[in-house]
Unconditional design. Sequence first.
Length: 381
Amino acid sequence: MEKERIKELLHKYRNGQCTDAEKAWVESLYDKLANSSSSDLTDEMIQVDLADIYQRLPALSKSKAFTIWPRIVAAAVFLVFVSIGFYFFKGEDTSQPLVQVVDRSEINPNDFAPGTNKALLTLADGSEIALDHTIDEKILDKEGIRITKNEDGLITYQINPGIKEAKSNTLSTPKGGQYQVILSDGTKVWLNAASSLSYPTVFTGNERKVLLKGEAYFEVAKNEKQPFKVLTDRQELVVLGTHFNINSYEDEPDIKTTLLEGSVKVSALQTKQTILLKPGEQSALKKSGKLKVDQINAENAVAWKSGLFQFQGSSIQEALRQMARWYDITIDFEGDVPDIQLWGEVHRNANAIEALDILSYFDVKYKVLAAGNAKKIIIIQ
């Protein structure tokens, strides 16, 4: 950020003209520089030498890291993208050429809204139910199988005790969607954006097996006689009863399994390597088939379930992939990928356009191209 922009922001703060996001940024800056707990800055504080502020600002070019301070989080401001050149766009309608939008009033923030509770349920007979369009609480009630949904994005399976035939169902979320399901054994699953979970309506035999693509958080109902298995394209996980998260997106370099409670056995299908995870550990299955285990803050891995993006030294590529799935946008870089680590958290209910508004104070410019349903935003460093 240039000194003139800092000066302009301080002037707006002194005159009570700052937005909530700008006010949060100024106050968090002073907290960081002066360890102040005051939420109302005096004129004397604001008159501090601009050169000193400028010199003490987080130097992205030097540290190659950026921290999102707590008050910025509270204002749902996404400052992670500061001083990074990239662009993102929604799926393009190739039938119409994109045209640059010059007037900001023509931009509809709703086009860049965050994700919601929406999913597609595919039944055993191939019929599909769009859950976000289904109003009735009861989705299915026949042949001893009852499926219900509520307005909070949760479907529940209830099976008559006499039912022994297992039928396969699949719950799929699109980009910009999330959903929850309680399986017939009582296991709870939270499904993140662009993910799918295939499972039987009733678990028979000596195991409970489900197939996951994408990311999900599990709270498995304990049953020692029927171990619970989660299969991805490169990994198998076996558990009796526990809480864990699996991130197995195809565009991620590793399949990451994070254990919050209990114990699980993770096996690489390619190399047959097997490890036992303890709470607070995360395994990373590499493309080579090698499994690696690290100690982490497990709550960070499941922050998405609580409506947060959580970055703890995350690479810029990893952070932007999360954003792309949640906002249903495609992200790419112009030129070399910056060697930047991100720290902090951001509420997932912030829309993408809000992030762009704050970037102007860091001398990052952007332009919007649109045609029909196609939207493209190009950020110019």
